[in-house]
Design a protein. Structure first.
Length: 496
């Protein structure tokens, strides 16, 4: 089956439908991309169930129509059905000729005219019709006469039946007066209508005012409760927590990876049965880093993501991903099984893996055993070169120790552990011993130079300590402060 663009920006194009289904929307990771502001980022989805195709709206803003009727749940598709999303219209069928022909509307029979009961009697045949110009002139004259006669009749006494017979002018004047009172009655009806509308407006306004007063009172009461019990309100919020799981199952292996953040700790676990890799690492995280991570995750729009429809395994591989994020009063858990990942889901996972690399100093993405060994071999070669030439630069010994540690971290999950693991561990311990001895000697030299007032020599010693020491160690901070103090002292001495 196919989807044919029959109206919209891509008219004439088509898309081949394949199991388990296709997604429709504005985002670039949709299967069918709509270039229309009326469509949502993830607007609708087509799914194959029991050999039949169904269309489903994904909670879009403007909705989805099937044959001009808006759908709310799953709707079965038939050959020739039209799917409307804003101005975009897609035809469902094997060929473009499957379009359904619309039946012309049936014209209802004309209503039967019945004679009016109040019909006027027919005029006698003897009446002679005047010409158009004469009729206009006479009508103007008669209108003036009727107007004057109406007001003059108020001051004159009424005539009795014994008076002279009425002339055509009198009949015309009477008709005009009747029409005047009819207009007067119409004005009274309009006044009554306006009064009714004013009454309804007052009633509705009073109702709205009552609702606003109720909401204001409720808000004031809520604020009062919040001020009285601040501890209970704070306890109702959910702490920041993240849990990401990834599992790939094949005929000969089960791979599982999990990253969790809770109670100010990050924990990473990796389990690969085929390669016999078991790995776990945990570390405390400072609050500033967690707040920055929470803000980045809020900006991904993951919390507004809806549950995704599961697909079927592909080529014997069953893949499952589950991401749960909670903070404040917000909680969302999305399960992706054998189907595509929405953009906000991918972005959230990327942020978590980058954060794990920064905190734990190891790659947290799912890597094969060969890839992890290749990384370890490259870092081991660099560490060996820096260790052999550690006297060439002050920082060489410190960087060599970092690379040895990276090799140990990459190979620690292997069972049995490769030979390179033991060698990297031994070299790392030897390099640490040499570095500790040098830092102790330099610290002693710096203190001696300060006692002898050799401030320039002392400054040079502390600069070497800064280059060799780990920036996270207290010795690095001490050397940095000593350099600042010596510089300030020498500036003051020059001024004197």
């Amino acid at each position: 089956m196919k989807l044919f663009y029959i109206e919209g920006n891509k008219i004439g194009a088509s898309y081949e439908l394949t199991p388990p289904g296709v997604s429709i929307g504005r985002e670039s990771d949709n299967d069918v991309i709509l270039d229309s502001e009326a469509s949502s980022r993830y607007h609708a989805k087509l799914e194959l169930k029991d050999g039949e195709w169904f269309v489903k709206d994904l909670g879009s803003t403007n909705g989805t129509k099937l044959n001009d009727l808006k759908i709310s749940g799953d709707a079965r598709l038939n050959e020739g059905d039209r799917i409307s999303i804003g101005k975009e219209v897609l035809l469902f069928g094997k060929t473009l000729d499957a379009r359904k022909t619309e039946t012309p509307p049936v014209t209802p029979p004309p209503p039967v005219q019945t004679p009016s009961p109040a019909a006027e009697p027919a005029k006698p045949d003897s009446a002679v019709k005047p010409s158009i110009d004469a009729a206009k002139s006479d009508a103007v004259k008669e209108e003036k006469k009727s107007f004057l006669n109406f007001f003059s009749s108020k001051d004159s006494p009424e005539k009795t039946d014994g008076d002279k017979p009425k002339t055509p002018d009198d009949i015309s004047s009477t008709a005009e007066k009747m029409d005047f009172f009819a207009k007067k009655e119409d004005k009274e009806a309009v006044k009554r209508k306006h009064a009714s509308m004013l009454f309804y407006i007052i009633v509705i306004g009073a109702a709205v005012l009552m609702v606003l007063l109720f909401l204001l009172f409720d808000k004031i009461q809520a604020e009062s409760e919040k001020n009285r019990k601040p501890k209970q309100a704070a306890a109702s919020t959910t702490p920041f927590m993240v849990n990401y799981e990834k599992q790939i199952t094949t005929a000969d292996n089960i791979f599982r990876y999990e990253l969790s953040i809770r109670d100010d700790k990050i924990c990473v676990m990796r389990d690969d049965l085929k390669c016999q890799i078991k790995y776990r690492k945990e570390k405390k995280v400072d609050k500033d880093s967690l707040q920055k991570l929470e803000q980045e995750l809020k900006e991904t729009d993951f919390m507004n993501l809806a549950e995704q429809q599961a697909g079927v395994p592909s080529e014997g591989t069953d893949e499952l991903k589950l991401l749960t994020i909670s903070f404040g009063n917000n909680l969302n858990s999305i399960r992706i099984k054998n189907t595509f990942e929405p953009t906000s889901f991918k972005e959230a996972v990327r942020i978590l893996e980058d954060f794990s690399k920064l905190i734990l100093k190891i790659p947290t993405i799912s890597q094969t055993a060969d890839e992890m060994k290749n990384i370890a071999e490259e870092e081991f070669r660099n560490a060996e070169m820096l260790f052999k030439n550690y006297q060439a630069k002050d920082e060489n010994l410190r960087i060599a120790i970092q690379k040895y540690n990276l090799v140990v971290d990459n190979l620690e999950s292997f069972e049995p552990k490769p030979e390179m693991y033991d060698k990297a561990y031994q070299q790392c311990q030897e390099a640490k011993k040499i570095l500790d001895d040098e830092l102790k000697r330099l610290k002693s030299d710096g203190e001696r130079n300060l006692r002898l007032s050799k401030f320039e020599d002392a400054k040079e010693v502390y600069l070497k300590i800064k280059a060799k020491a780990d920036p996270e160690e207290p010795l690095y901070g001490m050397a940095r402060q000593k350099v600042i103090d010596i510089d300030n002292f020498l500036k003051q001495k020059k001024k004197k």
